[in-house]
Ligand binder design. Structure first.
Ligand SMILES: O=C(O)CCC(=O)C(=O)O
Length: 264
């Protein structure tokens, strides 16, 4: 699929799967590395799901693939040449994990301290990509999505009348073989599905932000985070900084995506 077609799908449907981004003979090594790095911390929100935040500072196995034109080209097509990565989070859905609630991602999740209040504007502002390091299928728990929901001005985290835990009539699952990437407008309603297979479903969420979107609230110790989260007991995901030693070893074409997050 051409870049133009991918951007069209994203604008109309709110999501798109790009197949074969990580070659089949390389994806196994990335999956093993990410699984080894993940310290099996269960997400406080969803039983059976392990989440490793700030992954790039701990594991760089995915780094060379992030600049693939089929992914970075979309991010730059939406946000211009100074696009930045805002989150890298390993997500491991262990067999039998609970189903999660419908939500839009940061900064549209109305339960986070850092959110754009609903009714929010109708413009693409943040891009979520989920890298499938093992097969995503109906059985293994391919991400649940509601196509077209990115155009709504609110989502089920904001009390919009949709029960976050109920099946939605037009829901479907995004599927793909290992090495594929699910891309979606971060406003798209989505949810964790139950893994009914026998092996962990391994993914990495990499989110992209335009240069003009303030991501400081995600940085531990930042003044923005202090005033919006720490001082008022707010809830907000956190992304640990990238140490300069790690940053210096990243491929040169990957560095621009992370230079704003380097701290020692
Ligand atoms: O792992 C999935 O399929 C969904 C993850 C998710 O909902 C999220 O990262 O916001």
């Amino acid at each position: 699929m051409s870049l133009e077609e991918a951007l069209l799908h994203l604008s109309i449907d709110g999501w798109h799967v790009e197949h074969g981004v990580i070659p089949p003979d390389e994806v196994e090594a990335v999956r093993e590395s990410v699984q080894t790095t993940s310290d099996q911390t269960e997400s406080p929100e969803i039983q059976g799901v392990d989440a490793e935040t700030g992954l790039i500072g701990k594991d760089q196995s995915l780094a060379p693939y992030l600049v693939d034109e089929r992914i970075l080209g979309v991010a730059e097509g939406l946000f211009g040449p100074h696009v930045r990565v805002s989150f890298t989070t390993a997500i491991i859905n262990n067999p039998g994990n609970a189903r999660g609630g419908w939500h839009s991602d940061w900064p549209f999740n109305q339960k986070n301290a850092g959110h754009i209040p609903a009714p929010y504007h109708d413009a693409v502002t943040h891009l979520t990509t989920i890298w499938m390091l093992s097969p995503f299928s109906a059985e293994t728990g391919g991400t649940l999505i509601v196509p077209g929901s990115h155009r709504a001005r609110n989502n089920p985290t904001g009390g919009n009348g949709v029960d976050p835990m109920a099946h939605y009539p037009t829901e479907m699952q995004a599927t793909g073989e290992a090495g594929s990437v699910l891309l979606f407008d971060s406003r798209l309603w989505h949810a964790t599905a139950t893994n009914r297979g026998s092996k962990p479903r391994v993914g990495v969420a990499v989110r992209f932000a335009p240069w003009w979107l303030n991501v400081d609230v995600l940085m531990p110790g930042s003044d923005q985070r202090s005033r919006m989260v720490d001082e008022v007991g707010g809830k907000e995901p956190m992304q640990t900084p990238v140490p300069s030693a790690v940053f210096n070893d990243l491929p040169d074409n990957v560095k621009p995506l992370f230079r704003h997050w380097v701290r020692d």
